[in-house]
Design a protein around this ligand. Structure first.
Ligand SMILES: NC(=O)c1ccc[n+]([C@@H]2O[C@H](COP(=O)([O-])OP(=O)(O)OC[C@H]3O[C@@H](n4cnc5c(N)ncnc54)[C@H](O)[C@@H]3O)[C@@H](O)[C@H]2O)c1
Length: 353
């Protein structure tokens, strides 16, 4: 059987997770790497054994050998590159966030539909084993009606600088960069209810705190602290049409004692935590139970999550599976993220029809 030929566009930090997973999948030939920075693309091609190197993604699109692409570039380029890919007959795995505006999201959805090609959004936490374990419990109604969820992702010091902090290229700060993961995984586990209204706040009070010494933090491949046009903290209350609500708080920096991640769901029959550690809470015979599933990893396992995501995408391209994270979900998540920014900017709750 001939192998699925993959091109990876954007050869920065996260491409490592995609490349590492593709080379472990024996249905795949890792074929091409593309980056604006030619040396970066060449180095990755050498490291992972890809035949071709491109600087302009349009040249990769014109290469008929490529069956599917991973898009690991700046957020503002995702929709344009994904549209070019499906229009050139290639399947797409696009990193989160799918794009930076609802208008671009809807246009991409249309392009995907017209092309008949598959698009999977890189909502990697949906593919993590702790999420999938809990999903089985939820699908079997162990939590009952889920009516409240909490999405927290607090970095006390962690503005990555570079394009992440340039709103033109990123579309926003911690909300669109790290908040998207915790909001999306909850929305997925809640059964993807339709959003009704959003009340959000964003703050730019502390800046990127490049003055801080003696404490290491995550920095982009092209770290540059000079430009910072994104929020450093966001919070929101999201209401859904089924009456459920989600509370969100995320930051690149905050005077918090420590970093914090929390992904929590509360239902009529039970509750659950996906992060910081998988746990299921229930009540039986008038007694409250905290249950700990006996699994390899109770928390998000980065390598395993990306391997599952990429393996699933490969099977989707081969027509063996349906994606867990289709373009329509990318559109809904874009509505939520952009809705939080819009509400914050207007200083009032916004409603969806
Ligand atoms: N799923 C996750 O957990 C996760 C984690 C980190 C980043 N990401 C996402 O992955 C994407 C990339 O992030 P990163 O951390 O790797 O950033 P990065 O800065 O390390 O790498 C981005 C690369 O894309 C290249 N690039 C930008 N525009 C391009 C274009 N038009 N054509 C070709 N190359 C282009 C840049 O030169 C750079 O090498 C972002 O969308 C980010 O949100 C996802």
């Amino acid at each position: 059987m001939s192998k699925l030929k993959i091109g990876v566009i954007g050869a920065g930090s996260i491409s490592e997770a995609h490349l590492g997973a593709y080379v472990k999948n024996d249905k795949v030939e890792l074929y091409a790497i593309c980056d604006l920075n030619e040396q970066r693309a060449k180095d990755k091609a050498e490291k992972y054994g890809a035949k071709k190197v491109y600087v302009d993604y349009n040249d990769l699109m014109n290469d008929p050998e490529v069956d599917a692409v991973s898009i690991c570039t700046w957020n503002n380029t995702h929709a344009e590159i994904a549209t070019a890919a499906v229009n050139s007959g290639k399947h797409v795995l696009v990193e989160k966030p799918m794009t930076t505006s609802v208008e671009k999201a809807l246009k991409l959805e249309e392009a995907v539909k017209n092309s008949g090609k598959k698009l999977q959004v890189g909502f990697v936490r949906r593919y993590a084993s702790n999420t999938q374990v809990l999903k089985k419990f939820i699908d079997n109604d162990e939590l009952g009606e889920i009516y409240f969820t909490k999405a927290t992702c607090i970095r006390r010091l962690g503005n990555p600088g570079g394009w992440f902090s340039d709103v033109e290229r990123s579309g926003g700060g911690p909300l669109i960069d790290i908040g998207v993961h915790v909001i999306d995984v909850l929305w997925y586990l809640m059964g993807r209810p339709k959003v009704k209204s959003i009340s959000g706040n964003t703050y730019n009070k502390l800046g990127n705190r490049k003055n801080i010494k003696n404490l290491a933090f995550y920095q982009a491949a092209d770290y540059d602290p000079e430009k910072n046009t994104v929020e450093d903290m966001a919070n929101a209350l999201i209401r859904f049409e089924n009456g459920a609500s989600m509370l969100v708080d995320v930051s690149f920096t905050l005077h918090a004692k420590k970093d914090e991640i929390a992904v929590k769901l509360y239902g009529t029959k039970g509750g659950a935590e996906v992060e910081p550690e998988l746990a299921i809470i229930s009540e039986k015979h008038d007694t409250i139970l905290n249950m700990t599933p006996q699994v390899n990893s109770l928390t998000f396992d980065f390598i395993d999550g990306f391997q599952n995501e990429v393996d699933h995408f490969v099977d989707v391209c081969l027509g063996e599976k349906e994606t867990f994270s289709p373009v329509q979900d990318g559109v809904e998540m874009t509505k939520i993220l952009c809705g939080i920014y819009e509400s914050a900017q207007k200083g009032k709750e916004i409603y969806f029809d």
